[in-house]
Design a protein around this ligand. Structure first.
Ligand SMILES: Cc1cc2nc3c(=O)[nH]c(=O)nc-3n(C[C@H](O)[C@H](O)[C@H](O)COP(=O)(O)OP(=O)(O)OC[C@H]3O[C@@H](n4cnc5c(N)ncnc54)[C@H](O)[C@@H]3O)c2cc1C
Length: 143
């Protein structure tokens, strides 16, 4: 993992502390960009249930240093896995490899992925995560 944290002097504001915003924050921080994440929700709310991390995503997350953390909370989705309907009938096979044939795929609770991303932002990169609603108005949200 590249743990370079030398500041480039660049700063970025990220609106939204979901898995997209926090993954972006980690990637930018790893490259020495100072990031501030603005999230309107004051606490982790309903974030859905399961999420698949597909091989292309996992490869990138491993480059960002999340390999061990994701292995700890995820269940490996191996070759031969299938999608099922609620009644147990098969929908079809799950593609568990990328175009090179590499099998790296996890299923996990969405909140676990979010906590991994947020924890590293806070504990490793000390990125600022601010509870505020970004808008085209200069005043912060109060609610
Ligand atoms: C049913 C379903 C199943 C899915 N399954 C998978 C899967 O298996 N694998 C996969 O990779 N992807 C899956 N996806 C897609 C994945 O969930 C999304 O791509 C991902 O959640 C997008 O992340 P995000 O951070 O961009 O957005 P979000 O998770 O929607 O987060 C946006 C955040 O921005 C905040 N926000 C919004 N506006 C403001 C504002 N003005 N100021 C401050 N904060 C703001 C919100 O409060 C929120 O926390 C699925 C999606 C759905 C709906």
């Amino acid at each position: 993992m590249n743990t370079t944290n030398r500041s480039t002097g660049l700063r970025a504001a990220i609106v939204g502390g979901g898995i997209g915003g926090l993954a972006t924050a980690n990637a930018l921080r790893q490259r020495g960009v100072d990031v501030t994440v603005y999230e309107q929700a004051k606490a982790l709310g309903e974030v859905g249930a399961g999420v698949f991390i597909y091989p292309n995503s996992l490869r990138q997350l491993e480059r960002m240093g999340f390999g061990a953390a994701l292995a700890a909370v995820g269940a490996k989705v191996g070759p031969g896995s299938q999608y099922y309907r609620m009644d147990g009938t098969v929908v079809g096979p799950i593609l568990t490899t990328d175009s090179s044939g590499w099998n790296g795929m996890y299923g996990m609770h969405r909140a676990d992925l979010w906590r991994c991303l947020r924890g590293r932002c806070r504990q490793v990169w000390c990125a600022s995560i601010i509870a505020a609603q970004a808008s085209n108005r200069p005043t912060p949200w109060r609610g």
